[in-house]
Write a protein that binds this ligand. Structure first.
Ligand SMILES: [Zn+2]
Length: 278
């Protein structure tokens, strides 16, 4: 994982200019934000996906089992020529199952829910053994824990030491869980982390949406900071997504934006995410 896969969106965008929508093969895409049948909510099978602003009526039905999620995820990866997915879950057994089912298809990574749930000592062994190649999603904002909280320091240190990219949920939006705090999602809160870890490569879910100005400032100042375009391709109204994307590209940051589907238990959102960008 030495080469940070910042090529995913450029590849995707390149595919748009060169591919006739009808019939021609798609160029390869890297999906930098997938989950192995994981969502930080207790949802029944068939539950609709999240959407904003609430109330809203999204299309889609949550899968019932990890096997169903895997099967439908692989189908979508085939269909859209997604050659690699950055895959996380707090349950590392499921991540391992998916990697075993589709070798070379996933970058395995731990989902950090509460600091300490997956111990840094255990994760160190996984990195040393080569079984993990990413850090995150760090989803502690769902508990109101900001990126600069000292409880996360060991995870950033570990990621820098093993030179693996870090995905973090630092933005204004998130699932409707009681502990979530919008204020803990300001991209400015990453500054302490990036100053302390100059070689740490971090990518921010949804490029910090909707904290556009703060995200641009941080990306200008810290070249090791990247953004993904994930849930906002299907959670928020499409015009709002397009405005955000246009502003980031207009600011000259297009080469540091990476595609992600944030596939959780709605594999059909993978295709929707790609089509939104197209
Ligand atoms: Zn996610």
């Amino acid at each position: 994982m030495k080469a940070f896969p910042s090529l995913s969106v450029p590849l995707l965008l390149a595919s748009l200019s060169s591919v006739d929508v009808v019939g021609q093969e798609r160029l390869p895409v890297i999906d930098m934000h997938m989950h192995a049948h994981h969502i930080p909510l207790d949802l029944p099978a068939g539950a609709p996906p999240p959407c904003l602003p609430r109330p809203c009526q999204p299309e889609g039905a949550a899968t019932a089992t990890a096997e169903e999620s895997l099967r439908k995820t692989l189908q979508a990866m085939e269909r859209y020529n997604i050659v690699l997915g950055f895959l996380s879950s707090p349950d590392l057994d499921i991540v391992r199952d998916w990697v075993a089912a589709a070798p070379e298809r996933f970058i395995a990574s731990p989902f950090i829910e509460a600091p300490g749930d997956l111990s840094p000592e255990m994760l160190r062994q996984e990195y040393e053994a080569g079984r993990l190649a990413g850090m995150g999603e760090i989803g502690t904002q769902l508990l109101g824990v900001a990126p600069n909280d000292p409880a996360l320091a060991p995870y950033f240190a570990l990621a820098e030491e093993f030179d693996v990219p870090v995905l973090i949920h630092t933005e204004g939006i998130g699932p409707p869980v009681p502990g979530f705090r919008t204020a803990a999602g300001s991209p400015l809160l990453l500054e302490d982390v990036l100053v302390r870890h100059r070689n740490l490569r971090v990518f921010v879910e949804n490029s910090g949406y909707p904290f556009l100005d703060d995200m641009i400032a941080m990306m200008y100042q810290y070249p090791q900071l990247y953004g993904d375009l994930s849930t906002i391709t299907w959670v928020i109204p499409r015009p709002a997504f397009h405005r955000y994307l246009e502003a980031l590209v207009g600011a000259g940051l297009g080469k540091r934006l990476m595609f992600g589907s944030d596939q959780m238990r709605w594999p059909e959102k993978i295709g929707e995410a790609i089509e939104t960008i197209e």
